[in-house]
Design a protein around this ligand. Structure first.
Ligand code: IRN
Ligand code: FE2
Length: 630
């Protein structure tokens, strides 16, 4: 197979290689020795005096130098075996890809080359297919074992196992065990509080879990638009986003090559891929929402199910009766999917076909275990519109649809806003939990102010950290280009890092049992002036090192007990260290005989005398200090 000859695609050059001072390691769960659960080990410097730190790793084989990446062939399809051994699925000849289905002409060759060597699977009636169905039946799947191992962040030494056994039953926060077990994962999925988005046809997937009693996850959106970007750029953006920590990626492509772009992304993606199928359906009717039909939409759903998309944004809560509620808004309907459906409803003056055909949508998605991400088509697009009647009316409908999807055996999460000022955020979380039976919440930010175009990763990162703390399970990133243009590679990285910060800050605030390990390791490195360890333990080692080296570039400075912010004399860490050293000399056997209070008072008196002797001024001449310290 040689895809390079296809004029519509070129060989994607994707980013490979480990992060600085990191190596890929794998954990093996007790209950499934055939699974290899990925972790990244941050290797500390020799004198660190503590073990290397394992961290959660979303980057897939791209950071593993022992794996050869061939984007033309796609990643290994190991998960097909897990699906097949459970039974209840059939292989069949999938839908024929016609050029017009792509919303463009002649872009299907590469996609066909992939599908030629694997036929799609689908679930049979009367059999359990979805993770929800297995969980309810009390069955622990390999996906559940895998994510349990992953959530424990490598805390699995013998000692830790023993401690975990002791701590079992103890809980942090509301009801989370100190050590995540496959049974805990199963029970959270069974009650609808967590999902594992994992289409049976996305065999390249490394499963992950979304739920408020697990690590807070982040999503990165990529996708070309009609005007910019190409297939290979999008594949590389996916690889780039997961390198920095994106837990899921949504392909929001419109315009040319939708089917092909998605096929390339899926075949090369170790993280769940989400889409908004209405975007492709719209391309199939030349961008005119009025022409959309249920049949055309349904056909698009099946096409994407067969490809292996793990979750679909479906804006089924935009009901005809709610549209007028947006009339007096400052920014109307800002959701792309929401505005497409609003236009259709008004043009036909009919209830949305997504709402009227919802049960059929469930039946299709169940067969492939595609999770619902019930879309917030009426989310507020400005501070002025936050928490208005249109937004909450839709949320109530999403709650009603959640119950239908659950009855049908489908996994569900709920999308949320948008633009919301800080004091109106918590009510969103509380209302979502109540209306939607605790199904995981997945929000876009929210942006906490409208005044900073160019900085909306920050305006939204603030809201994301807050709502994550309150219990939001996944945070959809916003890049600095939000409202302004299509994000490039660097915007993707800045967006992902910003959201990793928000998600991790949430995990700390929620008291996740393993979250603080990394903070503590980094703080010890900082306090010990182990500069290289400090960089490498951070979310973006390259930038940290670069900033440091801008002023202190020499290798010798990597062990210096100061940085250029405060300089040698005013480094608080250095001063603390000096105070500790000084206190230690006072406790020295040479000074025995003194009482403890005597020691401190004597020390203070000595320092005071020295202070006066040096001229009694807070800021001293550096040369004089050096002289007196000799
Ligand atoms: C997330 C939460 N609320 C919205 N989102 C994301 O916005 C969603 O997952 C998808 O990536 C995008 C859909 O945008 P529209 O079609 O609602 O504008
Ligand atoms: Fe916005």
């Amino acid at each position: 197979m040689n895809i390079r000859s296809n004029p519509d695609t070129t060989l994607p050059a994707v980013t490979t290689g480990p992060l600085p001072s990191s190596r890929k390691i794998h954990a093996t769960p007790d209950s499934a020795p055939d699974l290899r659960v990925p972790l990244r080990e941050i290797i500390l410097s020799e004198g660190a005096g503590e073990p290397n730190l394992p961290v959660y790793d979303t980057s897939g084989p791209y950071t593993d130098p022992t794996v050869t990446i061939d984007v033309n062939a796609g990643l290994s399809r190991a998960r097909t075996a897990w699906v097949r051994e459970r039974g209840g699925v059939e292989e069949y000849v999938g839908r024929d890809i016609k050029p017009e289905d792509n919303g463009n002409v002649g872009a299907d060759k590469a996609a066909k080359a992939f599908t030629a060597h694997h036929k799609p699977l689908r679930g049979l009636d009367g059999h359990k297919i979805t993770q929800l169905e297995f969980a309810r039946a009390g069955i622990i799947t390999k996906e559940m074992i895998y994510v349990a191992e992953r959530e424990n962040l490598g805390r699995k030494t013998q000692l830790e196992r023993a401690e975990a056994a002791l701590a079992d039953g103890e809980s942090f926060g509301a009801e989370v065990p100190a050590f995540i077990t496959p049974e805990f994962v199963r029970s959270e999925i069974a009650r609808g509080r967590a999902i594992i988005p994992c289409n049976i046809n996305h065999a390249e997937l490394e499963p992950m879990i979304i739920g408020r009693n697990f690590l807070t996850k982040i999503n990165a959106n990529i996708g070309n638009s009609a005007v910019t970007s190409s297939v290979e750029e999008e594949v590389d953006k996916m690889v780039w986003a997961i390198r920095w920590g994106a837990d899921t990626v949504m392909d929001l492509s419109t315009g040319r090559n939708i089917h092909t772009t998605r096929e390339w992304i899926l075949r090369n993606s170790p993280v769940p891929i989400g889409t908004v199928p209405i975007y492709q359906a719209l391309e199939k009717c030349n961008g005119d929402p009025v022409q959309l039909t249920w049949e055309l939409y349904k056909d698009t759903l099946i096409e994407q199910c067969e490809q292996g998309v793990d979750y679909f944004t479906i804006h089924a809560g935009v009901r005809l009766a709610y549209i007028h509620l947006t009339a007096s808004r400052v920014t109307g309907i800002v959701s792309r999917g929401g505005s497409i459906m609003a236009k259709w409803c008004l043009a036909h003056h009919k209830e949305s076909f997504l709402y009227t055909h919802f049960e059929e949508i469930c039946d299709i998605m169940r067969k492939y275990d595609v999770s619902f991400s019930l879309g917030d088509g009426l989310r507020p697009g400005s501070i002025a519109d936050a928490n208005d009647r249109a937004q909450f009316a839709e949320l109530e409908t999403l709650g009603e649809l959640t119950k239908i999807a659950w009855d049908k055996g489908c996994q569900v999460m709920i999308e949320g806003p948008g633009h919301v000022p800080m004091h109106k955020i918590k009510i969103n979380m509380d209302k979502q939990l109540k209306e939607c039976g605790e199904a995981p919440f997945y929000t876009l930010g929210p942006l906490t102010t409208d005044i900073a175009p160019g900085y909306d990763h920050i305006t939204s990162g603030i809201g994301a950290a807050m709502i994550g703390w309150f219990g939001c399970a996944m945070l959809c990133y916003v890049t600095p280009k939000e409202h302004l243009g299509l994000p490039d590679r660097n915007d993707v990285k800045v967006g992902v890092i910003t959201y990793k910060i928000a998600a991790h800050a949430s995990d700390l605030a929620k008291g996740h049992p393993a979250a603080q390990l990394r903070d503590d390791a980094l703080s010890r490195a900082r306090f010990d002036f182990r500069w290289t360890d400090q960089f490498n333990l951070g979310l973006d080692p390259e930038t940290a090192k670069h900033f440091h080296d801008e002023t202190l570039p020499k290798e010798a400075h990597k062990v210096a007990h100061f940085c250029s912010m405060c300089g040698p004399k005013f480094c608080s860490m250095k001063i603390t260290q000096d105070v500790r050293d000084y206190a230690a000399t006072l406790n020295d056997p040479a000074t025995v005989g003194m009482t403890i209070s005597g020691t401190i008072e004597d020390g203070m008196a000595q320092m005071s005398a020295k202070f006066k002797e040096m001229g009694g001024s807070v800021y001293l001449d550096a040369e004089k200090v050096k002289e007196s310290n000799k």
